[in-house]
Design a protein around this ligand. Structure first.
Ligand code: S3P
Length: 172
């Protein structure tokens, strides 16, 4: 049982732009594991950026693809998987991740997050057309979904390596 726990894939969740991909890559490197970025896989499949997928195919198709890719990836062992910020809104995704993998929620305060908006707005269709209050509302709405059931890592005031170390240490 211990062995199977150690072989479980690790999933990074949290709001857009908190560093799931960046931190996931460092964790993968430190553990000598492969890294899978679900958004990147979806973009490869459609051969276009997420914002174009939303425009041309619609969010529903994006969410279906996201679900199928996560289910497939979670069934593999020894991976580090970063999933999009909207993934955990789908019950099926939550269920498969929580039963097959170890899930880490990368948490960041709104105060720290809000300065990142300009870096994200062009590539995140979910943020487009919303004002700051509406984005804050979305941020707050999603927090309880992320924080339920999983190990939470508070990333405020930590650099990428420190967050990655914390995650690696907490697996021991
Ligand atoms: C989304 C988050 C994005 C991406 C898509 C939708 C969301 O991923 O999957 O734009 O609904 O929160 P990141 O969390 O990696 O930005």
């Amino acid at each position: 049982n211990d062995v199977s726990l150690r072989e479980k894939s690790i999933v990074m969740i949290g709001f857009m732009g908190v560093g799931k991909t960046t931190i996931g890559k460092v964790v993968a490197k430190n553990l000598y594991r492969d890294f899978i970025d679900i958004d990147e896989e979806i973009e490869k499949k459609f051969n276009m950026p997420t914002s174009d997928i939303f425009k041309q195919y619609g969010e529903k198709i994006f969410r279906e693809t996201e679900k199928n890719m996560i289910i497939q990836s979670c069934k593999q062992k020894l991976k580090i998987i970063s999933v999009g910020g909207g993934a955990f809104l789908q019950e099926e995704i939550r269920d498969v991740c929580l039963s097959e993998c170890i899930v880490f929620f990368l948490d960041m305060s709104w105060e720290n997050w809000k300065d990142r908006i300009s870096l994200l707005i062009d590539s995140r269709p979910v943020l487009q057309g919303k004002n700051m209050d509406q984005i804050e509302e979305l941020f707050n709405e999603r927090q309880p979904i992320y924080s339920e059931h999983h190990s939470r890592v508070i990333t405020d005031n930590l650099v990428v390596e420190e967050v990655a170390d914390y995650i690696v240490e907490s697996l021991k």
